[in-house]
Ligand binder design. Structure first.
Ligand SMILES: *Cc1c(COP(=O)(O)O)cnc(C)c1O
Length: 393
């Protein structure tokens, strides 16, 4: 065997540490502080970057999860946060100073867009938003004082991709840092650091946790960048992950590759079924050959997640009736857990952008046959007719 271990091996194997009595899964170090026999011992530990002194800085249970996540993403180090937004705000704040300019993908996660485009204006930081699927649009949004290119590929409602290799190369040539939100694909299917990104962020609340029972976020990157952010945004803003949560998310991580393959298989089946229906318009899923960026998706990802969306006519009430009639898909906004979810959302899609609403589905771990049958009965209940075409397409 050669090269780096695969995701299955990484999540199944932790480096053993004699301190933990051979425990297979690291115990939860539910301790806010660590004590010492002597002042000298305390000073020595406190001067070590990996020293355990106080849990807002370092905690063994959290560090163990951070090491696993860094290895999965192919990064040198990682730091966990209380939520995905905790990680995103730390990554953004550590990359800019007052007077800088940010370019952000216009379909990025809503609260990330608000942080970048609204909140940071208070601190004299300007931002422009560009269609991420158009490299020229990103390039023309760059200014001499642009210091950060914020990407999310694919985006999580209309699943538009950015060419990560091209974007990161363009940014690097101008001394601009790139941050990529990799939540949709997970590190199992996409590793943006290997495509040139400086920092990767995740909402661990989604696939990494996988059980809809915990919230968390992570920033992964080179050791130097992570050290900088640890000493400032992590300990000063204090949005740290509690040890109990770290243990829970680490347990979820053990089955991440298995679950991703199952989500992918289910989503492929559901997407193909939706595409076969005459009254369904565009089905947005990067794994479908009909996705306008399918070739790019195959070039920079090794698989596809469980989240997709589709349009079916302009009648919002009819679509709402469809969502209400679902039984296995529960109505909710998050995703990445074992359970299938549906929501009706609005946004601007396509080139040029037009306002539209779409049903977003998270395909959980249930049998795809059962889920497809559920979709079929809900379409019938809402009055969709197999003989009707989607007139908008
Ligand atoms: C949910 C989500 C976030 C934010 O994560 P939280 O854990 O809810 O703070 C960021 N990016 C994407 C793509 C998400 O889906």
């Amino acid at each position: 065997m050669s090269g780096r271990p695969d995701a299955y091996t990484i999540v199944s194997h932790d480096a053993h540490d004699a301190k933990h009595y051979g425990a297979v899964h690291l115990p939860v170090y539910d301790s806010s502080l660590f004590t010492f026999r002597t002042v000298a011992d305390m000073e020595r530990e406190g001067n070590e970057p990996e020293g355990f002194v106080y849990s807002r800085g370092n905690n063994p249970t959290v560090r163990s999860l951070e090491r696993a996540l860094a290895e999965l993403e192919g990064g040198e180090d990682a730091r966990c946060f209380a939520t995905g937004m905790g990680a995103i705000s730390a990554a953004v704040l550590s990359s800019i100073r007052s007077g800088d300019h940010i370019v952000c993908v216009d379909q990025a996660y809503g609260p990330a867009r608000r942080l970048i485009g609204e909140y940071l204006r208070r601190y004299d930081i300007e931002a422009d938003f560009a269609d991420g699927s158009d490299l020229a649009a990103i390039e023309s949004a760059l200014r001499p004082n642009t210091k950060l290119l914020y990407l999310e590929s694919p985006t999580s409602l209309f699943f538009e991709l950015q060419d990560l290799r091209a974007c990161t190369a363009m940014a690097r040539a101008r001394g601009i840092r790139t941050v990529v939100d990799n939540t949709w694909a997970s590190p199992v299917f996409q590793r943006p650091l290997e495509l040139g990104a400086d920092l990767v962020v995740h909402s661990l609340t989604k696939y990494a946790s996988g059980h809809s029972d915990a919230m968390g976020g992570v920033v992964v990157g080179r050791a130097e960048a992570i050290r900088e952010l640890s000493g400032s945004e992590l300990v000063l803003l204090g949005s740290v992950m509690p040890p109990q949560t770290a243990s829970l998310i680490h347990r979820g991580l053990r089955t991440l590759p298995l679950r991703m393959e199952r989500h992918q298989a289910g989503a492929m089946a559901v997407a193909a079924y939706l595409e076969s229906l005459p009254f369904v318009g565009r089905v947005r899923y990067p794994g479908l050959p009909s996705h306008p960026q399918h070739e790019l998706a195959r070039a920079q990802m090794s698989g596809f997640g469980g989240l997709l969306s589709f349009e079916a006519g302009r009648d919002r009430e009819k679509l709402a009736r469809f969502v209400d009639a679902l039984t296995y898909f529960r109505i909710g906004f998050s995703w990445g857990g074992y359970e299938s979810l549906a929501s009706l959302q609005e946004g601007c899609a396509g080139m040029p952008r037009r306002k539209t609403h779409a049903v977003r589905l998270h395909v959980g771990l249930e049998s795809p046959d059962v889920l497809i049958e559920d979709l079929a009965q809900a379409f019938r209940a809402a009055g969709f007719d197999e003989r009707e075409r989607d007139k908008d397409e």
